[in-house]
Design a protein around this ligand. Structure first.
Ligand SMILES: [Zn+2]
Ligand SMILES: [Zn+2]
Length: 297
């Protein structure tokens, strides 16, 4: 089965599972060990079955849970030199480290070709990943300051796409964040707005693509606005769904044509959990779950 799923996505923690051939790969882990175990179980995965953890960058919503998970289950961690250097030495010493990732230099994990894509984002040496197995490609892009030709080239025509759509620009600018933080999020090294994510999808989409939208701000976005941006893609791509902070997104089976979703009983980009986001005026909504983290988006 070729599929991907989210353990949860947003400014309070991200992790994405990619299953291709015999390989089960985890991109990032911004959750505590216990939370990661619970969320993996929800996807029918035991942490011990993960073959490798790939870390996109050192921001805590992506990397904070990596050392504990890697150490507990002996899972190799693959990250760029810049990202690895951000782990405290005692944590780094406790986790198995695999390939030192270099942007633009593909490597292979259990038969899956991993392409690290250099991205504009305000971290030491950030990359995002495109995975290829057989004729199928899954692209994960969770933190992107702006769509660049280089990035679009790598993600064009993927069969599975996990794409950030962080904020509505107007909600962000009208909202309560300090001006500096607003500038950071909206800047070219921050995060994609809905408008930018819509442009991104427009540049890379193919009819065979399964799309999951993630890293959605709980304060500066709204399901109606996401639907305004992406709803029109239903019917033009194979499936479209949303990943939430609390529930993530279930397995989306990718790129095999009709039949496999039924055979495996897996979701195919449907049955997504309801979004728990801010009210449209920017006030946090009741029941958004958990404690508010640092407003890093
Ligand atoms: Zn980040
Ligand atoms: Zn992030």
């Amino acid at each position: 089965m070729t599929a991907f799923a989210s353990l949860g996505s947003g400014s309070r923690g991200n992790a994405t599972c990619v299953r291709m051939g015999d390989a089960l790969l985890l991109v990032d882990c911004g959750f505590s060990l216990r939370q990661a175990e619970i969320r993996l179980e929800r996807l029918g995965v035991h942490a011990a079955d993960i073959d490798a953890i790939l870390v996109t960058h050192e921001h805590s919503d992506h990397a904070s849970g990596v050392p504990a998970l890697a150490a507990r289950y002996g899972i190799e961690v693959h990250a760029t030199h810049g990202t690895l250097r951000c782990f405290a030495p005692e944590l780094l010493a406790g986790m198995p480290v695999g390939t030192t990732v270099r942007g633009g230099h593909p490597f292979t994990l259990k038969g899956v070709e991993v392409m690290p894509v250099t991205v504009p984002h305000d971290a030491r040496e950030p990359v995002q990943f495109v995975f290829r197995y057989g004729g199928c490609r899954i692209g994960v892009i969770s933190d992107l300051g702006c769509p660049t030709p280089h990035v679009l080239d790598h993600y064009r025509g993927c069969h599975g796409l996990f794409l950030e759509s962080n904020h509505d620009r107007e909600m962000l600018m009208r909202g309560s964040y300090p001006p500096r933080l607003k500038r950071r999020i909206a800047g070219d090294l921050g995060h994609l707005s809905n408008g930018q994510a819509g442009e991104f999808l427009g540049a890379v989409a193919i009819p065979e693509m399964d799309v999951v939208i993630g890293h959605v701000s709980e304060r500066n976005n709204h399901p109606d606005l996401l639907e305004e941006t992406f709803g029109g893609w239903r019917g033009r791509v194979r499936s479209l769904g949303y990943a939430t902070q609390r529930e993530g997104a279930p397995w989306t089976v990718v790129g095999t044509g009709a039949g496999e979703a039924g055979e495996t009983g897996e979701a195919r980009g449907s049955a997504m959990p309801a979004l728990q986001l801010a009210a449209r005026d920017g006030r946090p909504r009741q029941g958004a779950g958990g404690v508010p983290g640092q407003p890093v988006e």
